[in-house]
Each structure stands twice: as structure tokens, then as C-alpha cells.
Design a protein around this ligand. Structure first.
Ligand code: NAP
Length: 525
């Protein structure tokens, strides 16, 4: 049997009971490692994280905690090659796709280290202006933000075992809040390995960072009122978390990042042959194939003026037909595997459901695999569908296939495009392609209430835009409605989730001490 990975809980490595759950190579089908947390005392582990890790982190200033993040960056950089090996084995991703996860994590941590340093030597954050409560201003109200004295539990999805951990841990640790990470079982190895390296380097105070691998059972019950949960995964699990006793009765704060039918929209000025049209085609193909379409932000629906429908379908299909699929150990392979054979089955079932209502413009289901056994490997080629018949398209706005699959849809005028996009019921991101900057700004505002991010691609940013699906730490990540209603990142905005805002009502002599200009602020512990 393969190695059973230990969990880091209550400041020490602990091995769960039983044989554990095996993790597999999704290309070769071989067993890699196993995970288990059976029989471990999560209540004691959470108490240790709050009492030891939380207290030690809060004793530090923001700038000192930013220094910890820099230390983590150094450790991850030093071990980077091994992370690529683990990603190749356990996620079946090409080197480029692994970099999206691993280098994305390192970049995000580095950003928070820089932003944190700018917060300086205080232990809490001022919030807004002081306002008078009495006529003569002798009695005032001022708001402050202080780190919550609970822990941050991260329940993560399988597609970003590195970035998914650190994009959440960076703002949490910077805020002074200890982290307990529960990676998705299928790809937990990379998360566990990164935590192990950071623990071994002795950068963080004891209890500041824990990892629990394996079953999610019993994860939420020991949560206390000042704890927070940040969840990334399916809408179904999200609703189980939202209705859990700890959330309902103890008001545990929850952030949800769930599934999303993200859109790409070609504005009417961008006819075939225009630069904006070509930019849309390029971006759609990239989004469908990077990480085999296993990005929560990937383009799932492509809206084009009805007059461009045929040309867009042909142009995207032509590029997709050149994508090589299979074993990422072969350098000619552009697109590796899905995360597991289970995901492969789910993608095939979802694609079959969509195909019943749409035309197939490019069929990747029978694509030949490079150096991979189709009976074993979780590999599948990209499929472009077309929903030219409006009445049949409802399912397209409702079914997220978490793989290299997208659907092209025609629209008749701007209001029709907007109405169709809104059928997705709230998404993480929409991207616009146009050369008309005034129209782009109007369209961005019209989409802003139903999307966490609007990505506008005009010809002048062709070479520099960061990509529809790339989540940059400077920008908000999250979306309303179906996307979960959550908010992550967005620079220092992310710290808000890990802080509690309170109003202090007092004499001016007191509120003056709380305006954030005092050099050492008020001790946070
Ligand atoms: P999932 O089944 O909901 O699993 C997500 C996480 O929840 C895993 O760690 C899982 O653990 C855990 N979990 C399962 N049941 C639980 C329960 N009852 N209580 C608490 N935790 C539980 O989602 P998935 O299928 O792995 O992920 C794919 C989905 O995630 C897609 O729909 C995708 O759109 C979404 N996603 C969203 C974002 C975003 O940022 N918005 C990012 C990535 C993915 P186990 O693995 O041990 O079951």
C-alpha cells in the first residue's frame, strides 16, 4: 500500500486511522498516496489553533505577519520543482497548467506580503471617519476593524490544490487569524506537501497553520461563533454548509465560491475579421483548454451577434482541432487530464446532457489520446456546442460541465444578450470583446451587478490583458447568486472577512486614540 499522509493538527503531525482513501494518477491510473483523518480530535485541534496560533499571530503587527508571508514565499520557491512533480502525478496537468496553480499561489502570497508591509506596525485597522454623536462633538463614533479571535477553516476544491490554499491563507494570516485547511481529497497531496514544507521551515508560530486531509465528516461541528469558513466547491456542498448547525445557530461567518456559467460576449462592432473577433476566438480556446477547462472562472457560454454565429463557430472549432490531448509527460501534449476518472465520468455525462439540446460544432469526445490509455486516463478532448435554436438552450444556462466544454449562443441586440447572460443567475466573470471603448464601459456597468468581475478586452490591451479566467489578487474574486455570493481577494479588501468591525462610541479624547495615526495602536491581544 502507498504512504498514508499525516495531518498537521494541534501543532503536531497526526496519522488518521484505517487504510485511508487512495489518491491516483489520473493519466496512468496508479495509486500515489493515501489520506485519512479517522479518529483524530478536531475539537482539540481547533481549540489549539485558536488559543495558540491565533494568540501568537495577533501578538504580531501587520508588517511582521507580512514578513511571515515572505518567508512562506521563499520556502515554496525553494521546493517549486517538487510541487510540479506532484501536480503532474496527481492532477495530470501540463507544466504550463501546473504553473497556473503553483506560481499563481506564490505570486498571490508575494502580493499580500507587499501590501501587508504597507500596513505597518499596528494590530488593528481604522475604518472610516470619526463622526459626532452629540451636537458639540464631545461624544463621537468611530469604527475599527480587529482580527477575529477564531480560526479560518478552508474547504477547497480539487482544481487548485496550491493556489486555493494560499489565496485564502495569505489574507487570513496577514489578518492574524490561524488557518485550518481541508483540501479536496482527490488532489490533497500538493496542499499537504506545501504545508509540510512551511511547517518544517519553522516560519509560523505553532497552531497558525493546520492541514486535515480526507473525509469532510465532522469538520464543521466543532466551529465556534468567532470562526470563519471559506468554501470553494459545488453548489450542493455549499448548501449543506449553509444549513449546518454551526452556521445557522452559531452565526459562523461563511464565504462561498460555487459553480458558475461564465460568459464571453462579442459586442456588435466586432465582426469577423476584426481584431476584437480574433481576440474572442483566442480567449475562448485558451479558457476551454487551460487546466482542461477545470477552472471555476472558465468561459462556459459564448455570446455573439446572430450574424457572427457561423463564423465564430468555425473559427473556434478550427483552433480546437489543433489541441493535442493526453499524457502531459509527452511534450507535444497541450492539454492533460481531468483530475480523476470520476470527474471524467461527470464531464462526459454533462456533455451528453447538453448535446441533447445543442448542435456539436467541434467534437472532442473521440479525440485520439497521446501516450494515454483511453480506458484508464481521465483525458477528454475539447467540445464546442452551439445552441442556435433558442427554445432548446435553457439547459445551457443551467448546467456547468467542469471540463473543456463551452456553448456558442447567438443574440439579437444588446438587451437580448444581457437577458441571456442573466439566465446564468450570477457568475464569477464575464468578458467583453470590442473596439468600442464607450460601449465597453456601458456594457461593463450593465453586467456588474450579476458578476464579480468584468474583463474588457479591446485591441489596445491585446498583449497585456491578464486573461478572462486568471484570478489576479488585485481584483475581486467571487460572484452573486449561483456563483455563491462570496468575495475573495481584491487587494486588502480580502482582510475584511477575517476582521470584525465594531463602532466605538466615546469622548473625543478616546476616539482620537483610535484614528489609526497613533504609532503602535491598541494591542490586539
Ligand atoms: P465539492 O464536491 O463540493 O467539494 C469541495 C470540497 O468540499 C472538498 O474539499 C470536499 O471534500 C468538501 N466536502 C464534500 N462534502 C462536504 C460536506 N458535506 N461538508 C463540508 N465539506 C464537504 O466540489 P468539487 O466537485 O470537488 O469541485 C468542483 C466544483 O467547485 C465546481 O462546481 C466548480 O465550479 C467549483 N469551483 C468553484 C471555484 C470558485 O472559486 N468559485 C473554484 C474552483 C471550483 P472531499 O473532496 O473530501 O469530498
Amino acid at each position: 500500500m502507498s504512504e498514508l499522509l499525516p495531518n498537521h493538527l494541534a501543532g503536531r503531525w497526526q496519522t488518521g486511522g484505517g487504510p485511508g482513501t487512495p489518491l491516483f494518477d489520473p493519466v496512468l491510473g496508479t495509486e500515489l498516496v493515501r489520506v485519512s483523518n479517522a479518529g483524530l480530535d478536531l475539537e482539540a485541534a481547533y481549540a489549539y489553533a485558536r488559543d495558540e496560533g491565533g494568540a501568537a499571530l495577533r501578538a504580531l503587527t501587520y508588517a511582521q505577519r507580512a514578513g511571515l508571508l515572505s518567508g512562506i514565499v521563499d520556502v515554496l520557491k525553494a521546493n517549486r520543482d517538487r510541487y510540479f512533480d506532484i501536480a503532474l502525478a496527481n492532477s495530470g496537468t501540463t507544466r504550463q497548467d501546473s504553473a497556473v496553480d503553483i506560481d499563481g499561489a506564490i505570486f498571490t502570497l508575494g502580493q499580500y506580503a507587499r501590501w501587508g508591509a504597507s500596513l505597518g506596525g499596528t494590530h488593528w485597522l481604522p475604518d472610516g471617519e470619526t463622526v459626532p454623536l452629540a451636537k458639540d462633538g464631545a461624544f463621537r463614533s468611530r469604527h475599527v476593524q480587529v482580527p477575529t479571535r477564531g480560526l479560518a477553516l478552508f474547504i477547497n476544491a480539487f482544481n487548485f490544490p496550491a493556489w486555493g490554499l494560499w489565496e485564502k491563507a495569505a489574507p487570513a494570516l496577514l489578518s492574524g487569524v490561524p488557518v485550518v485547511a481541508k483540501p479536496a481529497t482527490a488532489t490533497a497531496w500538493l496542499t499537504q506537501a506545501m504545508v509540510a514544507d512551511v511547517i518544517a521551515a519553522g516560519i509560523l508560530p505553532a497552531g497558525a497553520l493546520s492541514v486535515v486531509c480526507g473525509s469532510a465528516q465532522g469538520l464543521l461541528s466543532p466551529l465556534q461563533p468567532f470562526d470563519v469558513v471559506s468554501f470553494t466547491g459545488s453548489a450542493e456542498t455549499a448548501s449543506a454548509i449553509r444549513s449546518h448547525d454551526a452556521v445557522v445557530r452559531r452565526s459562523v461567518r461563511v464565504n462561498i465560491e460555487a459553480d458558475s456559467l461564465n460568459s464571453a460576449l462579442l459586442l456588435p462592432d466586432a465582426q469577423p475579421g476584426s481584431e476584437a473577433f480574433d481576440l474572442l476566438v483566442r480567449e475562448v480556446v485558451r479558457e476551454m483548454t487551460v487546466k482542461s477547462g477545470q477552472k471555476c472562472t472558465a468561459i462556459r457560454r459564448i455570446f455573439v451577434p446572430a450574424s457572427c454565429y457561423a463564423a465564430a463557430g468555425e473559427a473556434i472549432a478550427a483552433k480546437l482541432s489543433r489541441i493535442t490531448v493526453g499524457n502531459p509527460r509527452n511534450e507535444t501534449v497541450r492539454m492533460g487530464a481531468l483530475a480523476s476518472r470520476q470527474q471524467w465520468e461527470s464531464v462526459r455525462a454533462g456533455t451528453a446532457a447538453l448535446r441533447r439540446h445543442a448542435d456539436v460544432l467541434h467534437d472532442g469526445s473521440a479525440a485520439p489520446l497521446v501516450d494515454a490509455d483511453p480506458a484508464v486516463a481521465a483525458c477528454v478532448g475539447p467540445t464546442l456546442l452551439g445552441a442556435g435554436r433558442r427554445e432548446a438552450a435553457c439547459i445551457v444556462h443551467d448546467t456547468e460541465v467542469f471540463g473543456p466544454v463551452a456553448t456558442l449562443l447567438p443574440y439579437d441586440g444588446w438587451s437580448d444578450a444581457l437577458a441571456q447572460i442573466r439566465l446564468g443567475q450570477g457568475s464569477l466573470v464575464a468578458s467583453l470583446y470590442t473596439a468600442d471603448t464607450a460601449r465597453a464601459a456601458d456594457a461593463a456597468l450593465a453586467l456588474a451587478d450579476s458578476h464579480g468581475r468584468v474583463h474588457v478586452v479591446t485591441p489596445e490591451v491585446a498583449a497585456v490583458h491578464t486573461g478572462h479566467g486568471n484570478v489576479m489578487p488585485m481584483s475581486l474574486h467571487g460572484g452573486p447568486g449561483r456563483a455563491g455570493g462570496g468575495e475573495e481577494l481584491g487587494g486588502l479588501r480580502a482582510l475584511g472577512f477575517y476582521h470584525r468591525r465594531a463602532a466605538v462610541q466615546a469622548a473625543a479624547a478616546v476616539t482620537d486614540l483610535l484614528d489609526g495615526t497613533a504609532p503602535e495602536g491598541v494591542p490586539g491581544h
